[in-house]
Design a protein around this ligand. Structure first.
Ligand code: SF4
Length: 471
């Protein structure tokens, strides 16, 4: 947010609206113009746990950047929590990053060889080090041109706030306005919460610079074919958000209708796996004229469970999130609609729940195609060998889940539901066709290269320590 006296509090509310995008850590950095030091508060946990009113009071300034984190690179700990802040020759800079850089290992190695010392294990820190390099005439834009992959960024300097979307436009980023102040947000649902007006999306490849003079754009990147992550529509984004001016709930409902036309079922009731299956199940039920019921009840108040993994605990974890209203399914032919199947363990547990509750038949319907490939652009899927659809045929999946039938949406139907052309999307986790080539073994190769280098410290092993241990 730029130019509002309550920037920190409004950013805090905005983070509440974006909580679904990351639950590991949250943070806000505020600024008050040139030569006034940035204020930062970050901690592990949900937005409601990270900030109290006294934390917010300390975050003075009329501009702010906030972040909620879910780790797709680097581990989940405080040092990796964003926004990051660094002091550079250009003054202080704060960065919040959504996405994954595909050339992160190479850039990191290059920067380390030139003397950069990294504090964290996340690729977002690379952006900071690039920004901190000695100035070129268009320093920030030159730094941005070096990074490749998925990045929607919000950066704050002492004079401006800068929003950046990579040229493929993998992740969303929108512009809003509130009482003359400018707001950037990953999703428009944050604008609704703070009564900001949605202005437009930041376009793929666009850099928007917001300062005292207003807002302007730069286009520093080579133009690329747009590749928006379709999984944002399927699962990740909130249903009340607009993406490319299309409401996410409307797309999910249409996915359910498409699914019903592709894989109809004779059934007595359609039930969703809440919450992300809700709209697709509704579309499915409407299309076939089958009653729709919320048989699974979600417990919204579970935090992390710090118990050791065991069969009992795993079972507890699956059951504590969703409980079943047995009367809604007993003796009935049930269609259960979920947005996706990743490992399959949860989906299998749902089928067991339904059988135990006395469902006469269980028909599983999935509102996207089978997930067979990794994502390198910011969604944390497991390795392909842990993806059920990568390892099993459709019939094996049905058998593993214990369902009477199974049906997935296919790629053309999923895309049709968005009302946009297929060439606008990244579909790599379904098709294996990656818009930006990736080398999944890059990290390993670099580690191997490092291990063959001479150890520069070896010759100093016998030197006395500056901090000798007490005898
Ligand atoms: S690979 Fe899948 S999850 Fe990742 S960006 Fe592409 S569509 Fe989205």
């Amino acid at each position: 947010m730029f130019g509002h006296p309550n920037a920190a509090t409004l950013t805090y509310y905005g983070l509440y609206a974006l909580q679904h995008r990351g639950q590991e850590s949250a943070g806000i950095v505020t600024a008050n113009g040139p030569n006034s030091p940035f204020k930062r508060h970050v901690a592990m946990g949900l937005v409601s746990q990270v900030f109290n009113s006294s934390d917010l009071e300390k975050l003075v300034g009329n501009r702010a950047v906030g972040h909620v984190r879910y780790s797709t690179s680097g581990s989940s700990n405080l040092v990796n929590a964003q926004p990051f802040v660094v002091n550079t020759a250009r003054g202080q800079i704060a960065v919040a990053h959504n996405g994954n850089l595909v050339n992160a290992p190479l850039l990191r190695e290059e920067l380390e060889e030139r003397g950069s010392i990294f504090q964290t294990t996340v690729d977002s820190e690379i952006i900071l080090h690039l920004l901190a390099q000695p100035s070129e005439p268009d320093g920030v834009l030159a730094a941005l041109r070096k990074i490749h992959g998925a990045f929607s960024l919000v950066m704050m300097s002492e004079r401006e706030i800068i929003g950046v979307r990579d040229p493929f436009g993998f992740r969303p980023l929108s512009i809003g306005k509130l009482d003359g102040a400018w707001v950037l947000s990953s999703e428009t649902c944050a604008f609704d919460l703070i009564h900001a007006e949605f202005v437009r999306d930041v376009e793929p490849g666009e850099v928007v610079i917001i300062d005292e003079n207003g807002i302007r754009s730069e286009w520093p990147f080579q133009q690329e074919q747009r590749a928006f992550c379709i999984f944002e529509y399927v699962y990740f984004a909130r249903p009340d958000s607009l993406i490319s001016n299309i409401n996410v709930a409307r797309v999910r409902t249409e996915m359910g209708r498409e699914l019903a036309r592709m894989h109809p079922a004779e059934a007595d009731v359609v039930i969703p796996v809440p919450d992300s299956g809700n709209y697709a199940a509704m579309g499915f039920a409407e299309e076939l004229g089958i009653p729709y019921s919320h048989a699974f009840v979600r417990n919204h108040y579970i935090g992390r469970t710090f118990l050791q993994p065991s069969q009992l605990i795993r079972d507890f974890n699956v059951r504590v999130k969703l409980n079943l209203i047995k009367e809604a399914v007993a003796g009935k032919r049930v269609v259960v609609v979920d947005d996706s199947i990743v490992r399959g363990t949860t989906a299998r547990a749902r089928v067991v729940n339904l059988r135990e509750a006395g469902a006469a038949e269980v028909h599983m319907r999935i509102s996207c195609p089978p997930h067979k490939h990794s994502c390198f652009y910011g969604i944390d899927f497991p390795d392909p060998e842990k993806l059920l659809a990568n390892q099993c045929s459709l019939d094996q999946i049905r058998e593993y889940l214990g369902a009477d039938s199974i049906g997935y949406l296919d790629v053309p139907a999923m895309v049709r539901a968005t009302g946009q052309p297929q060439n606008q999307f990244c579909l790599a986790c379904f098709t294996g066709k990656y818009p930006i080539p990736v080398d999944p073994n890059l990290d390993k190769h670099i580690m191997e290269r490092r291990s063959t280098r001479p150890n520069l410290l070896a010759s100093h092993d016998s030197s006395p320590s500056l901090f000798p241990r007490k005898p």
